[in-house]
Ligand binder design. Sequence first.
Ligand SMILES: *Cc1c(COP(=O)(O)O)cnc(C)c1O
Length: 719
Amino acid sequence: MSTMQLGECSSIAVKLPSRIAGLNRLAYNLWWSWHLEPRELFKSLDRTLWKATGHNPIKLLQQIEPYRLVAAAQNPAFVAKYDTVMQKFDSEISSTSTWLNTSHPEIASGTIAYFSPEFAIHRSLPIYAGGLGILAGDYCKEASDLGLPLVGIGFMYPKGYFHQHLLSDGWQEEIFEELDFNEAPIAQVTTPDRSPLIIEVPLNDSTIRVVMWEVILGRAKLYLMDTNIEQNQPSEREISSRLYVGDRETRLKQEIILGIGGVRALRALGISPSIWHANEGHTAFMMLERIRELMAQGNDFDTAVHQVQATTVFTTHTPVPAGNDAFSVELVERYFHRFRESIGLSRDDFLDLGRITRDDTSFNMTILGLKLSSYRNGVSQLHGWVCRRMWHSLWPKVEEKDVPISAVTNGVHVPTWLSHQMFRLFNKYLGEGWLENHDDPTIWERVMDIPDDELIAARRWLKGKLISFIKNQARKRWCQDRIPADQALALGGLLDSEVLTIGYARRFTDYKRPALILYDMERLQRLIQDDLQPVQVIFAGKAHPQDERGKQLIKEVFQIARDPKCGGRVAFVEDYDMQAARYLVQGVDIWLNTPRQLQEACGTSGMKAAINGALHLSILDGWWYEGYNGTNGWAIGSDIQTISPADRDRYDAESLYDILENRVVPLYYQRDMSGIPHRWAQMVKESIRSILPRFSARRMAKEYTELFYLPASQHLQQA
Ligand SMILES: *Cc1c(COP(=O)(O)O)cnc(C)c1O
């Protein structure tokens, strides 16, 4: 991988006793976010502060009482732990015996540029909104683990992130949190004279200046662009401040900076990627900038296009036409007329890159990505099929099945999402090396050897952690914020860790049908209020600030949670984020997913739940369409068919209640004399066995490498 030639990164280093000075370096490499030992090490410096800083080692080192650092440096037990962690860190980061070096050394020396509008790494770096960011973050971590020479390009959104509070009627209130860059695990990219490295991006009639922040993820790096500097006009400084702004023009500016600015940023860093991967259409302008570069070097347009296509991977995540990112052709012409003139294209020829026919009034970023890449994929096998159908008109001469869009099913980064309890069980029963080879299905046959009582004990412990996390949040809101008591109960104040617990957590938006389980309240109440075999349902999720329907759905759920008829057994947990997600996916018994069929491209939260031993109960859509095997969870509704949406909701809701009443509840409460549900435990094991290796980010990253990166790099060698 090319290294940075332009000087260094300036981070805010804390003065540490020299014996433990490596803690600074450790804190600035988010490697700690997916390894238990470094987190335990930071925590042992000051447990209270670790919690108060939201598990942020930078903040911890800045705020800790100096005497504690001095004491730690003199404490033999701490120093021994420190040495072990630093040794593991250094040897992992510098190891050359990675999967890539061993299996595909021919591409190990290049660089893969990975463009994404959001990255979810850890809560100390809140620059994500949802699933797309989680995928990108998990992918970068896995790339580091496998030794893929990946450099991520994205945005720093200082005001990108909001915390969710519900008002007393359940309406979502957004509290924007401004990120303090000094407290985040990031470092500004500087020139050799220590001033910020500034790149320039032409934007319509002006020029925007962008600075960059470096994030280190194990062996991988991430560069985040930021427009909030004095050299820009006030309005321009705001361009990168928020994620997914509603207004189209600002969105276009953001995407120009991400795509065109991103390529320029890499060049300024002295990085020449051999492979370019665009995660979702929002990043597709990077392909245009590379065409411009190649033409400036003397290539003609067709050669440049061909060269860009041959080295570009484009991943689309959108399953419905309306979800594709598009701009009016007038707006695009306004911002791109100079650009297109510089590459000698007429207005129509340029606009054709983002549309199917000349009559189209919008310029579609997915079409741009599909046209300028040779390696294209959807994010589950079913989504691949949906994409081929949706984009058939771009390849009218081939049959639908031959439309050149394939699929790489998403996966989750196992070390990030697997609970400590499950780690311990796997260490004990799967034998040495399971983590190194966790995408190998044969290893997982051994899950069947885990004794039921140990598995169930781990599951109980995790559910207990979840319930106390939720109750503590509700308690805080009641005691500190003085919310009414019934609101605190609706936030989960009466949850019970002995009860069969269903979790539903994701973005609240119409197609995901969060309220489907509330469709027939009488039937749900019978389940909830059963004296002997009760059920409780925990909801969480934010609505996009502009999504009125999503907010309405949250309110509906909240009103039901507050109704005494539900006895405190329906709860809405505020402020769903990576942290809350960890508790939820690890702690619930059942993970529920009820999207309208064919509208969920993949979904990943169910995978996180399954690897921790929760059972998946879902519509056959996204990854579950290929993941469900008849014995590893349950499928709601039926295989693909065409019923009207209204009938579909009723049909799916009835199927959901039938499964809960006749299968889930009886299985969960069928216990032996010591309270162990053996048949349930059997199903949990079958779920882990069949899901963990296949739906891991490791399997996914290897597929991207072998299906796309290898052939793309071969093209380069021939060229
Ligand atoms: C995993 C995750 C998601 C994505 O989950 P879906 O199943 O795609 O809805 C969204 N938000 C957070 C915080 C997550 O952890």
